[in-house]
Design a protein around this ligand. Structure first.
Ligand SMILES: Cc1cc2nc3c(=O)[nH]c(=O)nc-3n(C[C@H](O)[C@H](O)[C@H](O)COP(=O)(O)O)c2cc1C
Length: 172
């Protein structure tokens, strides 16, 4: 089957990390659709441990930009979504983190399908506590990633993956 016949496979294969954006604002309805898609990720015991902080304020973006080498992306994205693990909802930190990874991937795929560009920013985690302080959030929220979102300035990003044969360690 051609992946173009299948919208889920199309999105998985065509989505790229997008790091440059136009100045066009991301409409609230698109942003909330991205968050809703994230919230429909699977989680252990369906505990839904993800929480989102939405940042549109340029002065807050500037403060966050000072916490990562990806400052340019953080400043230029129209909206940032900081994704947290809510320790009060947690039942197993390893599984909760896995669920939040699924949540973030859903967000990236939804953004792609809505014509937005997005990138998962993990390097900023080295300053996870400072990010929480800038956002004035409670210590029970542990930063998992920042997702930068905007309208794509370019659509020519490419990427590559290892051949499947390199990845399958056993087939019985
Ligand atoms: C856990 C994680 C952390 C990442 N952190 C960053 C980051 O800090 N900065 C960045 O530009 N991209 C980051 N990325 C994006 C990857 O660089 C990107 O997904 C990878 O190069 C494959 O490219 P693609 O997403 O276009 O397929 C991260 C991705 C993941 C899953």
């Amino acid at each position: 089957m051609e992946s173009s016949d299948n919208p889920v496979l199309e999105a998985i294969y065509a989505r790229r990390s997008v790091r440059t954006y136009t100045d066009e604002p991301v409409a609230d309805e698109l942003l909330y659709e991205v968050l809703r898609a994230g919230s429909w990720a699977p989680s252990g015991l369906n505990n839904q441990p993800w929480r989102f902080a939405i940042v549109r304020d340029p002065s807050v973006k500037d403060e966050l930009a000072g916490l990562t080498r990806y400052a340019k992306i953080v400043r230029s994205a129209n909206v940032l979504v900081a994704v947290f693990l809510d320790e009060d909802s947690s039942y197993d930190v390893e599984k909760d983190r896995q669920g939040i990874g699924a949540c973030i991937q859903n967000m990236l795929l939804a953004a792609h399908s809505l014509g937005l560009g997005a990138v998962w920013l993990g390097e900023i985690l080295k300053n996870r506590d400072k990010v929480r302080e800038v956002l004035e959030l409670s210590p029970g929220l542990d930063l998992m990633a920042v997702v930068a979102l905007g309208h794509r300035a370019r659509t020519d990003q490419t990427s590559s993956r290892r051949e499947l044969g390199e990845l399958i360690v056993k087939e019985c």
